[in-house]
Ligand binder design. Structure first.
Ligand SMILES: [Ca+2]
Length: 185
């Protein structure tokens, strides 16, 4: 991928498409930043600490992540998919999701401040119209887990996505993001 001096990809899709995606990403970022600021003002101290629960079948994908009293941000790490997948929290506004392929690796967005215990349910939308949810297989229409989660540090969780219907090649490297989870203040 060729990047401009400010790190924006310049090959692939037309410039207009890039601008659209960049604007959508910034709107997404600003909306979540506003949410974060409001949320943290009313945060009530609670027992904290994210929980990463294994999948019911013990496989390496389909884990569940819950947070409580914590702030979560998401950093794109890239991926090798031929799809321009878009990743977002379930309640993100239409068109405000982040592109795994056209945004530069390292792009970070705030997902929010979660006071109450919350199961994080990121989604991955493919250009083919599939929308996969982080969590157990039963949450997806094809009954396949599409995200593999692993704690990579005391406050970081790596999320590796498989974008193909039915599990495809099961390489779980089509879109990679890192979640940073820190106590709300
Ligand atoms: Ca794949």
């Amino acid at each position: 991928m060729t990047l401009s001096q400010d790190g924006v990809p310049v090959d692939g899709s037309p410039d207009a498409s890039h601008n659209y995606r960049a604007e959508g990403a910034m709107k997404f970022h600003h909306r979540l930043a506003a949410l974060l600021s409001v949320c943290c003002l009313i945060a009530v101290p609670t027992a904290r600490g994210f929980e990463l629960m294994p999948a019911d079948d013990g496989e390496t994908a389909g884990q569940t992540l819950t947070v409580r009293g914590e702030v979560v941000s998401m950093t794109l790490l890239g991926g090798v998919s031929g799809f321009d997948n878009r990743i977002a929290p379930p309640d993100a506004a239409p068109g405000a999701a982040l592109s795994c392929r056209t945004l530069p690796a390292g792009f970070t967005a705030l997902l929010g401040c979660f006071d109450a215990r919350t199961e994080l349910g990121l989604t991955l939308a493919t250009p083919e119209g599939d929308v996969w949810t982080m969590g157990p297989a039963v949450d997806n229409g094809d009954l396949v887990p599409h995200a593999r989660l692993s704690a990579t540090g005391p406050d970081t969780v790596l999320v590796e996505w498989e974008d193909l219907n039915g599990g495809g090649d099961a390489d779980y490297n089509d879109c990679l993001v890192e979640l940073k989870i820190t106590p709300a203040r």
